[in-house]
Design a protein around this ligand. Structure first.
Ligand code: C2E
Ligand code: CA
Ligand code: CA
Length: 701
């Protein structure tokens, strides 16, 4: 359980990764790229401004210091009572304002362009813009209303109005500026920036506000701008290269992704795509009930062998196109593996879906003119965990697991060459689990002798004498209890273990016979079933002979039963084996004659001793009817004319026994006389051959 959750977690993680892969991040990448470009530009502008302001701030500070000195000298003159103290101020040659502490203008020199907005410019020990200086001596400054380039901002810091500065610089060509006096001046070296600075003379109450022109070395500024521009251009170039790489990477990624979700054989979508798209659909299309299906071309690999792989792939491509054209909205189909396609289809009920799929298979097969093809389809209706007002909640839907169930349903059709549809149900899971269990247990069960031999006696209906028996396997498992052969023999036949079982049965039957002989019982021939899987072994007759010889049992006490289906395999090999078995003294019988596809022809060629009439003759629809009796009569007659004895199987009622006796049937093996029984019970019958026969069927123990 814990392991399952861990595996589920790993699978969920894997799927998340794939989902991420599908998402297209082109838009995000371009936006991120543009954003980073913008940030770089802003940063460069800030650097430029910072440089400029740092340089200006030191100039303001020195300007302030000299103006303060001037003001102090003025104050000294005023204190001394000098009449022309004001003259000192005129010496600067700059416009200035002399105000009372309350702001009343006392004197004005030159044009008053002093702005009303004032800013407290903080001395620049740190960053001019954001940090509060450690020595926050504020200088009160005003912008120049005529040329408001140096502007105190709302926080009280001085900033440069770049737009205005640039405009001024372009409006005034260099030669014109040389002639102007109080405008922003620019010669080839200097950039003059007007600003009003207020100082308070020490010991005085008046305020002095001077217009000052801060100078910037133009060539230095231009150099700075050039450096920054060069940095910008380099940055831009790098960005373009990066963008180019980014785009080509994205294109490459897109191509890889396309390749990742494209099927090589059909050129359509592949399984990975199906899984991701399907899961998205299951989560989003919540009003639709879905079934997942595996539709698989019967014997696709044989088709490729008979034609070519390329033709096989073309066939798959055509089939996929047909399937795609039959899909409704919000349904998907992709090539999953080999000759199989995965489909996610809308589901209303079993019958409607069955009809649709049948039509799809007919259409796809109908497209093929040169070849005849068939399909097997396994369907699994996706379980709905909860439904509320027509909306399905499928948060826990695992498409891979559901598709696997569809494949399991499809696998149940593998023995048929005709088209067919199988729906998945829980019984199938149980069956599959049982098949797994058998596979796990079979070898140890054989070693621990958990397989036991039961014997079903055969009686002569004319004399009611015991004249033979069939050895039938039973599995007495300490874990699972008593298991009848129908539950494990077909599994062994598929997985090949049947050959070991048959050897085991021959050996045990021969051993029992030897023991009974030694005990002096009236032994009768015991027939043992040999599965058709054995007939590929060319030395089968010798193997059987050696097994029987190893127990020291006379060959005439062992009969070999071959099922009728074995007669369709390699006929020559079969005749050879039968002849060899007979030459060693074994009796050979054809089991289940009349079931499935009887081949009278095989009877003609096979040197068989006994014909076992299938139980269907006595239990099937024609049993007891005139027609049924005619067939049985004729089969017995046919056997006799071919020098064969007959055994009727599955006889349960007295009328049948009487009828068969009248027809000259040699032996009857059926519940009327006896059910299969354990060896020790059978032993009692051969120990006392003249035992009275039961009138009613006995029960198997
Ligand atoms: P089978 O070889 O045709 O065996 C005859 C089956 O018919 C036996 O079933 C037997 O119990 C049953 N039977 C006999 N008389 C009657 C009757 O009057 N009424 C009914 N309803 N049934 C009757 P069982 O033992 O269950 O075996 C089933 C099949 O399993 C066998 O069919 C045979 O094909 C296979 N099998 C059994 N033991 C072995 C074995 O050791 N090796 C191989 N290869 N196959 C075996
Ligand atoms: Ca048999
Ligand atoms: Ca039989």
């Amino acid at each position: 359980m814990a392991q399952n959750t861990e595996q589920d977690r790993i699978r969920r993680k894997k799927r998340k990764k794939l989902l991420k892969l599908r998402k297209n991040r082109l838009g995000c990448s371009v936006i991120a790229f543009m954003l980073s470009g913008l940030i770089t530009l802003v940063l460069l502008a800030l650097v430029l401004q910072s440089f400029f302001l740092i340089s200006l701030s030191s100039k303001i500070e020195s300007e302030y210091a000299s103006l303060q000195m001037l003001a102090n000298m003025y104050q000294a003159d005023v204190s001394e009572g000098k009449e022309d103290a004001i003259r000192l101020l005129d010496l600067t040659g700059r416009p200035y304002l002399l105000k009372e502490a309350d702001g009343t203008l006392l004197y004005q020199n030159g044009e008053n362009t002093c702005g009303t907005l004032s800013g407290s410019f903080v001395s620049t020990t740190g960053d001019i813009f954001i940090s509060i200086a450690t020595d926050p001596t504020p200088y009160t400054v005003y912008e120049d209303t005529k040329y408001p380039i140096m502007v105190p901002d709302s926080r009280g810091y001085i900033t440069v109005d770049w737009a205005k500065l640039m405009r001024k610089m372009t409006e005034n060509p260099l030669d014109e500026q040389l002639v102007t006096d109080d405008t922003i001046q620019m010669d080839s070296h200097l950039l003059l920036l007007p600003l009003w600075i207020e100082v308070t003379p020490e010991g005085g109450t008046q305020r002095l506000i001077f217009r000052t022109e801060l100078t910037e070395n133009l060539s230095e500024l231009i150099l700075l701008i050039i450096i920054l521009l060069a940095m910008l251009v380099t940055g831009l170039l790098l960005s373009i290269i990066l963008l180019h790489n980014l785009i080509s990477d994205l294109i490459r990624q897109h191509k890889v992704k396309k390749l990742f979700f494209t099927d090589i054989a059909t050129k359509g979508h592949n399984w990975m795509w199906f899984l991701l798209r399907g899961e998205i659909l299951l989560h989003k299309a919540r009003r639709i009930r879905y079934a997942v299906a595996e539709i698989s071309v019967v014997k696709y690999r044989t088709f490729c062998v008979c034609n070519s792989i390329a033709e096989g792939e073309q066939l798959l491509g055509r089939i996929q196109n047909t399937l795609l054209s039959r899909l409704e909205k919000k349904e998907i189909c992709a090539h999953s593996a080999d000759g199989s396609f995965a489909m996610l289809l809308r589901y209303t009920d079993d019958e409607t879906l069955r009809q649709r799929i049948r039509q799809m298979m007919t259409d796809a097969a109908g497209e093929e003119t040169g070849h005849s093809i068939a399909f097997h389809t396994g369907v699994n209706v996706i379980p709905e965990s909860a439904e509320k007002r027509g909306i399905f909640r499928r948060n826990d839907a695992d498409l891979e697991k559901e598709y696997n169930n569809a494949c399991a349903a499809c696998a149940t059709l593998e023995h048929s060459d005709d088209s067919g549809i199988a729906f998945f149900d829980e019984k199938l899971v149980e069956e599959q689990k049982w098949i797994d269990t058998v596979l796990q247990e079979q070898q140890s069960a054989l070693q621990n002798e958990e397989f036991v031999v039961f014997y079903q006696p055969k009686y002569d209906p004319r004399t009611n004498q015991l004249s033979g028996a069939e050895a039938l396997i039973r599995w007495q498992s300490p874990k699972y209890g008593f298991i009848s052969p129908g539950k494990f023999i077909p599994i062994f036949e598929k997985n090949g273990f049947i050959t070991e079982i048959d050897h085991y049965m021959i050996a045990h039957a021969a051993r029992d016979q030897r023991r009974w002989l030694n005990a002096g019982y009236h032994c009768v021939p015991v027939s043992v079933n040999v599965s058709r899987a054995h007939f590929i072994e060319s030395d089968l007759a010798e193997q059987i002979r050696d097994i029987v010889d190893a127990e020291g049992t006379p060959h005439e006490l062992i009969e070999i039963e071959l099922t009728e289906s074995a007669f369709f395999d390699d006929k020559k090999a079969l005749i050879r084996t039968i002849s060899r078995l007979k030459s060693y003294g074994f009796t050979v019988s054809m089991d289940d004659f009349g079931s499935g596809y009887s081949s009278l022809n095989s009877l003609k060629d096979m040197p068989l001793d006994i014909l076992k009439l299938d139980a269907e003759f006595f239990r099937g629809e024609t049993a007891g009817t005139d027609r049924g009796e005619i067939i049985v009569t004729e089969a017995i007659r046919l056997a006799k004319s071919l020098n064969m004895r007959t055994v009727a199987e599955g006889v349960e009622i007295k009328e049948q026994v009487d009828f068969l006796a009248a027809q000259g049937c040699d032996m009857i093996q059926g519940y009327y006389f006896a059910k299969p029984m354990p060896g020790n019970e059978f032993e009692q019958r051969i120990a006392a051959p003249a035992d009275p026969l039961p009138e009613q069927p006995v029960s198997e123990t």
